[in-house]
Design a protein around this ligand. Structure first.
Ligand code: VGL
Ligand code: ZN
Length: 197
């Protein structure tokens, strides 16, 4: 068995001062860096949207940030503009070690958001991460990063459904906690067989 650490979206826009700041998002950086040495493989994900992305409230006339719309693939929270490709907000936190094996970008399809590192929000379009892990013989995943109730949650649940052994290190995550999202995420992860440690 081989283990990978999956570091989800530790980017400036999800840290204090960023466009979609998660409270305490920067507090987990040192702990994540320290954990990297314990793994055969370290994979970073990067939320990576084109300007005018369909998950931005600014792309929907009259819509407020944090409202929900029906997209062809289901309900979608509308976010403030964030993690625009090449921007400072999309860059990793300055103190994060970025010497991992793979950086997987997601959310670049203008019409579909992608919380999960494995599938876009249509739950069908793959990012390629599953194939990368399987061809490298990796079957145990530890996940950390931002935000616990969105991208970490969706990534962990998808990984468990795909048959990976998944642990989320809750102390190395922070949540947005919007409209019951944290409670729902913890329940969803437990139901999917994700260990939240
Ligand atoms: C995320 C909302 C929108 C996340 C990304 O990384 O959890 N949340 N885009
Ligand atoms: Zn996003």
């Amino acid at each position: 068995m081989s283990d990978a650490l999956i570091v989800i979206d530790v980017q400036n826009d999800f840290c204090p001062g960023g466009a979609l700041a998660v409270a305490g998002g920067d507090e987990i950086v040192a702990g994540i860096n320290a954990l990297m040495g314990d793994f055969d493989s370290v994979i970073l994900t990067q939320d990576w949207h084109p300007a005018g992305h369909s998950s931005f409230a600014s792309s929907h006339a009259g819509a407020a940030p944090m409202s929900v719309v029906d997209m062809p693939y289901g309900p979608q929270v509308l976010w403030p503009d964030h993690c625009i490709q090449g921007s400072h907000g999309a860059a990793f936190h300055n103190d994060l070690r970025v010497d991992g094996d793979l950086i997987i970008r997601k959310g670049f399809n203008p019409a579909i958001d992608s919380y999960s590192a494995f599938f876009e929000n249509d739950h069908t379009t793959p990012t390629g991460l599953e194939g990368y892990l399987r061809t490298r013989g990796i079957d145990r995943l530890v996940m950390v990063g931002l935000a616990l109730d969105f991208c970490v949650n969706y990534s962990a649940v998808d990984a468990a459904k795909l048959g990976f052994d998944v642990t989320v290190r809750r102390d190395l995550t922070r949540a947005i906690d919007f409209d019951g999202s944290l409670e729902a995420a913890l329940k969803g992860m437990a139901d999917a067989g994700v260990a939240v440690a």
